[in-house]
Design a protein around this ligand. Structure first.
Ligand code: G3P
Length: 218
């Protein structure tokens, strides 16, 4: 199980990388807009790549297969760590089929069903991203979809990796492990929540207090 950071915020990447637990980063146009990137998109992606030194997903914006392929080929030159996020749709599958033959790694995103993920794997995607939180929001069990995808890939030994995405809280990470996801991509806030527990905080404070008491006694 690997953890990716789901952000386009370079400061968050810098902070999280120091913890030694993050092996990749996923971005999307909404996260890029939230991070307030202006102008030099390429340099920002390159900086994230140099920090994380692992897979960094960058999403194409074209709606047509030809445009997606052209964008992906250009983005792929930015860094050997970059992979291309492409939404699952007919054009996205067509682009994935072409790019995977060129050894350009694709993260097929916005997957909400096992069928979409299976099609992505058959087209040659390196990763499929299942949006757990958005399925939960719609009244479905998002992690059940992750489990179905993981089971299918395992059963047929498909090399595509399942990313549990749209992670909203720490329990999503626990259930992502149970569901057999290869990767969970987590927002920075969830990563921080994963670290903390009130009993740990109280325990640290108590150890320090007790250490103070014994100081000067020896
Ligand atoms: O990785 C996908 C993620 O960024 C979507 O999360 O919270 O917008 O559903 P959310």
């Amino acid at each position: 199980m690997q953890l990716f950071l789901d952000t386009a915020d370079i400061k968050q990447v810098r902070d999280a990388v120091k913890l030694g637990v993050i092996s990749g980063v996923t971005t999307n146009p909404s996260l890029v807009s939230k991070a307030g990137w202006s102008g030099d998109y390429k340099s920002a992606v390159q900086e994230i790549c140099s920090l994380v030194k692992g897979p960094v997903s960058v999403e194409v914006l074209s709606a047509e297969a030809g445009g997606m392929i052209e964008e992906a080929r250009s983005i792929a030159t930015w860094s050997p760590y970059v992979n291309i996020k492409i939404p699952v749709c007919a054009a996205g599958l067509e682009a994935t089929a072409v790019l995977s033959k060129e050894k350009i790694k694709v993260n097929l995103t916005l997957c909400f069903t096992p069928n979409q993920a299976l099609l992505g794997a058959l087209a040659g995607a390196s990763y499929v991203s299942a949006f757990v939180g958005r399925l939960d929001d719609a009244g479905q069990d998002g992690m059940e979809v992750v489990a179905q995808i993981a089971d299918c890939f395992e059963r047929y030994k498909l090399p595509t990796q399942v990313i549990a995405a749209s992670i909203r809280h720490p329990m999503h990470c626990v259930t992502a492990v149970q569901a057999g996801a290869h990767i969970a991509t987590v927002p920075h806030s969830v990563l921080m929540q994963m670290i903390n527990h009130p009993l740990t905080t109280v325990g640290i404070a108590r150890f320090l207090e007790d250490a103070q008491k014994t100081k000067g006694k020896g």
